[in-house]
Design a protein around this ligand. Structure first.
Ligand SMILES: Cc1ncc(COP(=O)(O)O)c(C=O)c1O
Length: 368
């Protein structure tokens, strides 16, 4: 029996491109610059070009990116930030770190994403507009972010796009991250654009905000040893990760195409009824995760396990049901979010899956 199909395996991309990675890392070792050298600057410029934005600011990881994005839109202790409760808790962690108050809005039943109408209803229900909205392009699927951006502008609410799972996704030709005031990215190794360690970035089209973010990521410095704004800290993308990411930017679109192709095959294999694939395949979807909704998740996962297909759950506990929030939010009901947390599961989807593995997942899905 061949080995099980893993949910993810970043070591395969390393094996495929080992020489290129070794050369890129070797160049860093030889350069004598290990923090914010040429690789870092090159990465920021090349990623900005791919995204079609004016500024990319490298930071240490995707959670810092969210926290710095919130600071850059003026978020302070006690401010309300609207977000979804089904996206792994990263936005919540960033809000709580700043003393801001996450305000959860339920997601759409079909897409599992925040919608313009859901946000408009929340704006109208609140006594005052929130400081910001964080929209997560969950599983690699873009929310209707053009409409959401228009709504946010009308209410003078800052819009932050969490693009950690959606690097390279495009809606009407525009990349995720280019619609809001700020876009945030994680380069965790399994992401569509993954590093070989932690990494993150923030993007924006506003020069003043870009300058502020550069200060915030480095001690509040305007220039070396000259602290000009409070709330600065150390959150830099290191030179080795920047070099690794630069080797991967040119392949991102092709990798995303491959992910979409795999997802398409799964969609055809899944019989509607007891199972449903969460997203469809157009360029606004980069299939970071292939997520299935199952009437009986336990039975479906166990049948896949028997067939040699590993699965996972993204995410088992909605934010308002986490221990850190459940006392305060025990009365809050988010029916779609809560239902999805009990029914979603993730099947393997990454560019380096081989055709035999994809066929095995398809066969196992179609047998359910
Ligand atoms: C949607 C989303 N936002 C934020 C993060 C946080 O990124 P990091 O792990 O780099 O802090 C992740 C994943 O890790 C994520 O999937």
């Amino acid at each position: 029996m061949s080995s099980p199909v893993p949910v993810s395996d970043p070591s395969r991309a390393v094996t495929q491109h080992r020489d290129e990675l070794t050369a890129a890392m070797g160049a860093v070792l030889d350069s004598g610059f290990y923090i914010m050298g040429q690789q870092h600057g090159g990465f920021e410029a090349e990623f900005a070009e791919l995204l079609g934005v004016q500024h990319v600011i490298g930071v240490a990881n995707g959670t810092d990116a969210l926290e710095l994005a919130l600071l850059s839109v003026g978020c302070e202790r006690g401010d309300r930030v609207i977000t979804a409760a089904n996206a792994g808790g990263y936005a919540t962690a960033a809000c709580l770190k700043l003393g801001a108050q996450p305000y959860y809005v339920d997601v759409d039943e079909a897409s599992l994403l925040l919608t313009e109408s859901g946000l408009a209803a929340a704006f109208n229900a609140l006594p005052a507009p929130p400081r910001a909205v964080i929209v997560t392009h969950l599983y690699g699927a873009m929310a209707d972010v053009a409409a959401i951006a228009t709504l946010c502008r009308r209410y003078e609410v800052a819009l932050i796009e969490d693009c950690a799972q959606a690097a390279g996704a495009r809606l009407d030709g525009r990349c995720a991250g280019s619609f809001g005031d700020v876009g945030t990215f994680s380069f965790y190794p399994t992401k569509n654009l993954g590093a070989l360690g932690d990494g993150g970035a923030v993007c924006t089209n506003e020069p003043g905000r870009a300058e502020q973010l550069k200060k915030l990521r480095q001690y509040g410095w305007g220039s070396k040893y000259d602290a000009v704004i409070p709330a600065g800290r150390n959150s830099r993308l290191d030179e080795l990760q920047a070099a690794v990411l630069r080797t991967r930017i040119p392949r991102l679109d092709a990798d995303n195409e491959r992910r979409r192709g795999i997802h398409d095959q799964y969609s055809r294999a899944v019989k509607d009824g007891p199972l449903r694939m969460v997203h469809q395949s157009d360029s606004s979807f980069v299939s970071h995760l292939a997520v299935v909704l199952a009437t009986d998740r336990t039975a479906a996962r166990s049948a896949l396990h028997q067939a040699g297909v590993r699965t996972d759950v993204h995410y088992p506990t909605p934010d308002h049901r986490q221990k850190i929030s459940s006392d305060r939010l025990s009365a809050l009901r988010l029916p779609v979010t809560e239902w999805a947390a009990e029914h979603v599961f993730t099947v393997p989807c990454f560019p380096e899956l081989c055709d035999e593995e994809i066929a095995r997942v398809c066969d196992a899905l179609s047998a359910l």
